[in-house]
Design a protein around this ligand. Structure first.
Ligand code: EPZ
Length: 441
């Protein structure tokens, strides 16, 4: 485990280039198990979670070559693909649960551990299971292991999701591409990453229409070939750096973004008084010379304000004039960062899934603990915008979702010291030698 020491209170300046979206790459990697030929994925960010997924695919029997520098992953199914996903890899990264349907289709049966809960609350997979059952998969669970089996090809079905779950939409869509007949997913998740997965599958020969809307239609095909796919940029990384720049009253240009994916966060930043200069549809510059004013934020499935930016925007709102209200409608308990912000002096009251924030002049530097990936990002922002020395412990969570975070912070002038020790998270190793972070080291 480790920590970072942040000497905050300095405006950040410079420019950063945003890489591929973690939450697009992960389901695409899982779905690549269904492709009969080599798959090449480009614009892949160098992240711990991608490491975990590629390690899983190798353990399952795939040949995986990841050129981290060029951001290119090549995957080819070797000989036999295992039907069992190892606990230590699946239990710590929920996205790997989506190998269940592909492994079942390859072997007729598969066993995947139930993904563990995490600090953003209880995360069931009932919608995944119900959807796969509608396609003809037989599902059972014993001792925390989900077993799926299927005697013949899945049959197309009309599936309604009680909640527009991103993972369940992606899992069902992946399972349906080789089914007999037509599958309709109603109340599907509309996230750009769902659409990117559909575009990937169609590039490999699938027949999917409507991804990105609430109704997705999949006509089953006989097989999926291989090919090359370039992943969309990471809207959550882009949004995080936008909030970070605003919070430090800096001036940063972000390149290789897709502004159409950031409509809600941009609208809210403008409400707060942040200057958002949309240079073109791929570049955005953030500056700030005004006082922030509080606002209300309703966290919703896409295209609403994204839950993965909720902790970060709360850090900014803690110093916005007046009262802000943040309602979290996606996860039941995504407020673990609130106690840590309170340690820095934030005035936040929780009423169920609503946070009421009384903006104060400035937070005060203090030692805090990161409980998960996005809480870590929020505390990093809180430390950068606060004068004095803030220590963020368990900062390694941040490497799950922010590639080159060390280099990027340096590039925009953040005064941060990394104090890490060799650690093993989710079966993945990284370490710091002479203050250099080495993944897989
Ligand atoms: C994806 O998680 C993302 N992860 C999450 O990003 C993101 O926060 C989330 O979607 C919502 O946008 C990846 O894509 C790898 P959900 P996922 O299924 O698919 C409930 C990050 O920081 N639910 O849309 O797990 C669930 O409990 C991560 O990058 C069920 O009840 O999210 C939650 O309350 C964090 N039953 C809500 O739906 C189910 O079967 C949304 O979950 C599935 C979900």
């Amino acid at each position: 485990m480790g920590y970072i020491r942040i000497m905050g209170g300095r405006p950040l300046h410079g420019e950063l280039s945003i890489k591929g979206a973690k939450n697009a790459v992960l389901p695409i990697l899982a779905a690549s198990l269904l492709c009969d030929e080599k798959v090449v994925i480009r614009n892949v960010p160098n992240l711990l979670d991608v490491d975990t997924m590629t390690t899983l695919l190798e353990r399952l029997g795939c040949e995986v070559d990841w050129d981290r520098e060029r951001g290119v992953i090549e995957i080819e199914k070797g000989g036999r693909i295992s039907m069992e996903a190892p606990y230590e890899l699946v239990s710590k990264m929920r996205a790997s649960f989506n190998v269940l349907a592909p492994l079942t289709l390859l072997n007729g049966r598969a066993l995947v551990p139930l993904p563990g809960g995490c600090s953003i609350g209880y995360r069931p997979v009932d919608l995944h299971i119900k959807g796969l059952e509608r396609l003809g998969f037989e599902m059972s669970m014993i001792h925390g292991i989900v077993e799926a089996s299927i005697k013949e090809k899945p049959k197309g079905a009309h599936i309604y999701l009680d909640f527009p779950s991103v993972g369940a939409t992606e899992h069902i869509m992946t399972a349906a591409v080789l089914a007999k007949g037509e599958t309709i997913i109603e109340n599907a998740a509309r996230e750009p990453e769902v659409e990117d997965l559909a575009n990937f599958l169609n590039r490999m020969g699938a027949n999917i229409e409507g991804a990105g809307t609430s109704t997705i239609k999949i006509i089953g095909v006989r097989k999926l070939k291989g090919g090359v796919y370039f992943v969309i940029p990471d809207r959550i990384q882009a949004g995080t750096y936008m909030i970070m720049t605003a919070a430090t009253r800096g001036d940063v240009l972000l390149k290789n973004v897709m502004l159409e994916h950031l409509t809600a966060p941009i609208a809210k930043l403008k409400d707060i008084g942040v200057h958002v200069h949309e240079v073109n549809d791929r570049e955005v510059r953030i500056t700030n010379d005004s006082v922030f004013s509080g606002t209300s934020i309703n966290v919703l499935p896409y295209p609403g304000f994204p839950t993965d930016l909720q902790p970060q925007i709360m850090a900014l709102l803690s110093i916005a004039k007046g009262v802000s209200v943040v309602k979290e409608n996606v996860f039941k308990n995504r407020f673990m960062h609130v106690d840590e912000l309170r340690r820095m002096g934030a005035d936040i009251r929780l009423e169920g899934s609503t946070a009421i924030i009384n903006g104060i002049e400035e937070l005060s530097a203090a030692p805090v603990i990161a409980t998960d990936l996005r809480a870590g990002a929020a505390l990093l922002i809180a430390g950068l915008m606060t004068r004095g020395e803030t220590i963020v412990k368990n900062i390694e969570h941040i490497f799950r979702g922010y590639n080159d975070i060390k280099e990027n912070l340096k590039k925009i002038g953040a005064d941060v010291e990394w104090h890490m020790i060799r650690t093993n998270i989710k079966g993945v190793r990284f370490s710091v030698k002479n203050n250099d972070l080495i993944l897989g080291g």
